[in-house]
Design a protein around this ligand. Structure first.
Ligand code: ZN
Length: 372
């Protein structure tokens, strides 16, 4: 998904649209360079959600239940040396996503991004002063939710002693102990009765991201997910896939299915993308939302993947992805690499490497179950 799934704009052309089912439209947008702000006109009822991602620095504005007016579907505005470009695309069938990407040497303080509306249909995303990266103290590489008054308040941190306050960075916090390396045999795991929902992202008309050589996210993640489920079943875990073939499943049914089957854990598997012009961006990102258990699950899987693949570490991050925000059980979303990255796309093309990724995810899930 998503997230952060920065879909290349080419994806837009392969998404099927069901025009009548959309609640709202983005009818106009513009990057106002002199004022350093993005201006939007939408139908009424749209509630933008904003996040900040770094490396490269990006402000992400999601418009849930919104589609782009047909004429505007593919759009990139070239920026300045401070704001490299602004892209708008249909992120998934329900969400329009705007990405404001800063120049590679710049960042900004996400706390100072302002989303204002002058009427129910007019929005301004005002960027603060853009700062040179080398003059800014390390803010970590975590996505940061930007407070938008009309939107759900950001998550409050649980008071669990194992979850430090504030935003974790990739180097901290550490789990209580490092997981054994994959070559160390694990002690027997009490997994009887555990139910794990494995959620292969996308499917059917929603192909997800498209990467180098036309590699498709939905196909890669299904191959991995299927093998994760197999690995878990061999260990006595009841693993259930939210899609069992190449069919389209909306996000809400994925979440409700997990609840219906009484899943103890929810693991969504995706592949990342940024832009076909950035094959240099590769690596693993593992997401959670809000809870300490979600963080620990994400961290366990992330560590196993780093140990057994050559994936670059882009951190365990927090983000408001639907499937990890709406699930009631500990949940994580793994972006197993970039289909637009030269190293990661090559890894995805290898059946042996996909199996390695799947084994590491399954092992991470078992690590988490064992240490609950
Ligand atoms: Zn995805």
């Amino acid at each position: 998904m998503k997230l952060s799934w920065l879909l290349p704009l080419t994806v837009i052309s392969i998404l099927g649209f069901c025009e009548s089912s959309w609640a709202a439209r983005l009818t106009y947008w513009k990057f106002n360079k002199p004022l350093g702000r993005v201006e939007l006109i939408t139908d009424e009822g749209v509630k933008p959600e904003a996040h900040f991602l770094s490396n490269p620095s990006r402000v992400i504005i999601d418009l849930p239940d919104t589609r782009i007016l047909k004429a505007k579907r593919k759009k990139t505005a070239r920026g300045t040396k401070f704001v490299r470009e602004v892209r708008v695309g249909q992120f998934d069938r329900r969400t329009t996503r705007m990405v404001i990407e800063l120049g590679s040497q710049y960042t900004l303080n996400p706390d100072n991004v302002e989303i204002r509306s002058s009427s129910p249909t007019r929005w301004f995303i005002q960027l603060p002063k853009v700062l040179p990266l080398d003059q800014v103290a390390d803010q970590g590489r975590e996505p940061i939710s930007i407070d938008v008054p009309e939107v759900d308040s950001p998550p409050s941190w649980p008071s669990s002693p194992s979850m430090p306050p504030g935003r974790p960075t990739p180097s901290d916090p550490s789990p209580p102990s490092d997981p054994p390396s994959p070559s160390t045999p694990l002690p027997p795991v009490k997994v009887g009765g555990m139910v794990v929902a494995i959620d292969p992202g996308h499917g059917g008309a929603d192909g997800g991201a498209v990467g180098i050589g036309g590699i498709q996210e939905k196909i890669v993640v299904f191959s991995i997910s299927h093998q994760v489920a197999e690995q878990l079943r061999r260990k006595g875990v009841r693993a259930v896939l939210t899609r069992t073939g190449d069919q389209e499943v909306d996000l809400e049914p994925r979440v409700s299915m997990a609840r219906r089957i009484g899943a103890d854990l929810f693991v969504s598997i995706h592949a990342n993308a940024i832009s076909l012009s950035r094959p240099d961006i590769n690596g693993l990102e593992t997401y959670y939302y809000g809870s300490a258990q979600g963080y620990r699950l994400a961290r366990a899987i992330h560590n196993r993947l780093l140990n057994s693949t050559s994936l670059q570490d882009r951190g365990v991050r927090q983000a408001r992805f639907y499937v990890i925000r709406r699930t009631s059980m500990p949940a994580t979303l793994v972006e197993t690499g970039f289909v637009t990255g030269s190293q990661d796309a090559a890894r995805f093309r290898s059946a042996a490497q996909r199996t390695k990724i799947a084994e590491a995810i399954a092992q991470g899930i078992l690590d988490y179950i064992q240490r609950r």
